[in-house]
Design a protein around this ligand. Structure first.
Ligand code: NAD
Ligand code: TYD
Length: 347
């Protein structure tokens, strides 16, 4: 099978889970290695005999067709994307190219390879709850909620979701989709809220909170998302969408206060030290107020549920970042990107 975006945050956890759990399946990690893709995330499994890495850009239709013809996958799990809302506000076109055009290239490659013979085949598209827009104080996103994307990132993901469903209805392509809430955990790129705050607390730098910090997100531990993807890929019904969430809503400011307490205790600082770093900054343009997911369909039909309490998951995450200083410095300095440019420039 091919897993796209397998060098990224969530993708690396999915690749590891599949490589270890399914030794008889050959797992091809297809990734362009953008700033967010880091093969250091996979050093523990990259020598396994059922793991292969292919550096490829999903916007390159010819290259994607070649990779599909080379490996003849029965399954595709598509995670490759431009994923950071703030970057989508400053550069929307890159999001359209990767998230929309790239997804269509993958759909075309799968359709051409399978050529109407869909027995045992599956194209699984991994998406976000942000396609549903923004909630007020009440209510949850269900699979039936209308799409109402409000950032270039969520609009590009919504567009890709529609195209995946269109290929199912028009050509019969066997697909599943899932829309998940905010993930956190090891290997999260340190420009996102939780890893950025951990790093800044460690270095006694300001923690930037957009607006008043009242925006609400539903946080899920990344390994629970990877387990949900495994469940949907193997047991989900053809053509169906499953919402995945942690049932774990936090305002940004409450989350950061909790993280500050955890970090004070881990760093041996008096309680209240890290909270002094909280700095309210200009709000994100069009900042969605609240995301909250109803994942009862996945729980009821496929028996998945989140395994970790948030406090426990946040502690594990803080421990991971404190123990993996080298990984963090490599990412922040961009050293790994320079290495890839050299390593792959001749290919
Ligand atoms: P990420 O940014 O950490 O990783 C994305 C990966 O895709 C990187 O390895 C990158 O190199 C690769 N990539 C980017 N452009 C590519 C291209 N043109 N060709 C090939 N590879 C390319 O993202 P993530 O947080 O791991 O998210 C993975 C998926 O899950 C995305 O589709 C995202 O929309 C979705 N998702 C993320 C979250 C979250 O909280 N992070 C929540 C719900 C859904
Ligand atoms: P983020 O991690 O970028 O995820 P998303 O925008 O996809 O939900 O941000 C999570 C929340 O934290 C979001 O409401 C924006 C806010 N935020 C800050 O307050 N400060 C920051 O420095 C960042 C990166 C995000």
């Amino acid at each position: 099978m091919i897993i796209t975006g397998g060098a990224g945050f969530i993708g690396s956890h999915v690749v590891r889970l599949f490589v270890n759990k399914y030794p008889d399946d050959r797992i091809v990690n297809l990734d362009k290695l953008t700033y967010a893709g880091n093969l250091e995330n996979l050093t523990d499994i990259d020598r396994k005999s059922n793991y292969v890495f292919e550096k490829a850009d999903i916007t390159d239709a010819g290259r994607i067709r070649d990779v599909f013809e080379k490996y003849c996958p029965d399954g595709v799990i598509h995670l490759a994307a431009e994923s950071h809302v703030d970057r989508s506000i400053s550069n929307p076109m890159e999001f359209i190219m990767t998230n929309v055009v790239g997804t269509v290239n993958l759909l075309n490659a799968a359709r051409a390879l399978w050529n109407g013979n869909f027995e045992g085949k599956r194209f699984y598209h991994v998406s976000t709850d942000e396609v549903y827009g923004s909630l007020g104080r009440e209510g949850f996103f269900a699979e039936t909620s209308p799409y109402d994307p409000r950032s270039p990132y969520s609009a590009s993901k919504a567009s890709s979701d529609h195209l995946v469903r269109a290929y199912h209805h028009t050509y019969g392509l066997p697909v599943t989709l899932s829309n998940c809430s905010n993930n956190y955990g090891p290997n999260h790129f340190p420009e996102k809220l939780i890893p950025l705050s951990i790093n800044n607390i460690k270095n006694s730098k300001p923690i930037p909170i957009y607006g008043k910090g009242e925006n609400v997100r539903d946080w899920l531990y990344v390994l629970d998302h990877a387990r949900a993807i495994d469940t949907v890929f193997h047991n989900g019904r053809n053509g169906e969408t499953y919402n995945i969430g942690g049932n774990n809503e936090w305002t940004n400011i409450d989350l950061i206060r909790l993280l500050c307490r955890i970090m004070d205790s881990k760093l041996g600082r008096p309680e209240g030290t890290s909270a002094q770093l909280i700095t309210f900054v200009k709000d994100r343009a069009g900042h969605d107020m609240r995301y909250a997911i109803d994942s009862s369909k996945l729980q009821r039909e496929l028996g998945w549920k989140p395994s970790l309490q948030f406090e426990e998951g946040l502690e594990k995450t803080a421990d991971w970042y404190l123990a993996n200083e080298k990984w963090l410095q490599g990412v922040i300095s961009g050293d790994y990107e320079k290495y890839y440019q050299k390593q792959y420039s001749s290919r």
